[in-house]
Design a protein around this ligand. Structure first.
Ligand SMILES: C[S@@+](CC[C@H](N)C(=O)[O-])C[C@H]1O[C@@H](n2cnc3c(N)ncnc32)[C@H](O)[C@@H]1O
Length: 239
């Protein structure tokens, strides 16, 4: 994306501010609503990320969890692999909740589009339900690649396109009708839970995201549909 274009730069900054403010607003009920709205599937999806990544890691790995939010994936990675995990997010209230849960982990304030880390520092990078929120997916993928060591692994967990047509219309109805109502009632911010289905509908489908990852310089890109494609886990290796 041409971030040098002043119009685009402003709109990227506006987008970032809106997203950051929105997560700050809903942070107190974020975890509870995640588990409630997904029927606890979110926990299982994060567990699958850890199971998939674990065997691909070298000894004493260093992992960066981008857009870590309240830290659930960072913590699962740390607990199951023993890796040194750093979580990064640009929303301080989300990070504060993460740090309360696991004070021994490093949770750092920073922008996924301009990660505050040197090149080639990490053995693996993860991003769960974060890529969709960035003003530029391409730039986000570039940053994930930049901070990875050569041969380092990337894992992207994100909402995707349900693969069975009947199930797809059911999931869409649930996301567009029930989620904003329940999310609005519990978090006090209906707009945040209207943004969720909106951003999911704009996000690339499984094959398109895989192609974007290859374009960004990742090899061995594969994906696994989770819960019929409501979410998908994409993995790859830095070339
Ligand atoms: C839906 S939450 C996901 C949190 C966590 N990864 C999880 O699995 O629950 C999205 C997170 O992305 C963060 N985020 C969005 N855009 C970001 C950016 N440009 N840089 C850093 N964090 C960002 C938000 O602050 C929020 O905490």
């Amino acid at each position: 994306m041409g971030l040098t274009d002043p119009g685009k730069k402003n709109s990227a900054e506006d987008h970032a501010r809106r997203v950051r403010d929105m997560f700050a607003r809903i942070s107190p009920s974020y975890d509870r609503l995640n588990h409630l709205l997904s029927g606890n599937s979110d926990k299982r999806w994060r567990r699958i990320v850890v199971e998939k990544l674990g065997p691909q890691l070298p000894a004493a790995p260093r992992i960066l969890d981008v857009a870590c939010g309240t830290g659930d994936l960072s913590i699962a990675l740390f607990e199951k692999t023993g890796a040194r995990v750093v979580g990064v997010d640009f929303c301080r209230p989300m990070l504060e909740l993460a740090a309360q849960k696991k004070p021994e982990l490093a949770f750092v304030e920073g922008d996924a589009l301009q990660l505050p880390f040197d090149d080639a520092l990490f053995d693996a990078v993860t991003i769960a339900f974060g890529l969709r929120n960035l003003s530029s997916i391409e730039r986000g993928l570039e940053e994930l690649r930049r901070v990875l060591k050569p041969d380092g692994r990337v894992a992207i967990l994100e909402f995707s396109k349900p693969v069975v047509p009947g199930f797809r219309s059911l999931a869409t109805a649930y996301c567009t009708r029930l989620v904003p109502r329940i999310g609005g009632m519990i978090s006090g911010s209906r707009s945040a839970y209207e943004y969720l289905p909106d951003s999911v509908s704009r996000f690339p489908d499984q094959e398109t995201l895989a192609a974007m990852m290859r374009d960004a310089g990742f090899a061995d890109v594969i994906f696994q549909n989770l819960t019929g494609g409501i979410a998908a886990l994409h993995t790859g290796r830095r070339m």
